[in-house]
Design a protein around this ligand. Sequence first.
Ligand SMILES: [Zn+2]
Length: 253
Amino acid sequence: MKFLGFLRLKCNLRVITGLHVGGGTAGISIGATDSPVIKVNGKPYIPGSSLKGKIRSLLETAYGLEIDSKLGRHECKKNTDPCDICIVFGRAAERKGSEGPTRIIFRDSYVNDELSDEEVKKREYTEIKMENAINRITSRVEGALRDIERVLPGTVFDVEILYRVYDEDISSGDLESVEKLEALPEPLKSRFGLILEGMKILEQDYLGGKGTRGYGKVRFENLKIESIPFEYFKQNGKIKELFRGSLSEAINK
Ligand SMILES: [Zn+2]
């Protein structure tokens, strides 16, 4: 299997309703919130694994794939030809067949100070919200209030997703000569398209915790998709911009 280069998708993720991606309470000082968001250098961030896991699980549901109860997600069985979701998002090493390495890499997403709303910046991107603890069996509101930290609406993150292209992703043609998103050869086009589709479903669903209480609505903006042929790393290739625009426009290509 031959490595041909990368497709790189860069975009912004705008928080529309309070977002809670949990950070665990280890190392939190007394008096701080019960349920902090995950942070780096004092600012919230979204781990690549959170975005990847959520998008994968939404696609599995959308395509009606069988969920492995042990894994808690779908994975094509060993010695079977994998579906495109398993090719793109990967399956466990011991199940892998001829599909080669997991194609997709989700980078951690950090706050974009320039694009985030001024008001949100002043408040340092998060707030502490009191939530009633609800007994799931009786649906009764219990006396105790818990506080939950969440990222404020108007916060914008930088997202970067890479697709590793192998010769097996291209039935005819090559990556280097592609000038536009719509000209991507198959099956690369449909496999890469899965990511865009998953992002679109995520906009209707939620990211992080407490989605059924209205948390975690996000929107993807300012998409830029580039191809970085392997030649680039040998210093005679060029990064090519294949697309710039909205998520809906990208899906329509
Ligand atoms: Zn599969």
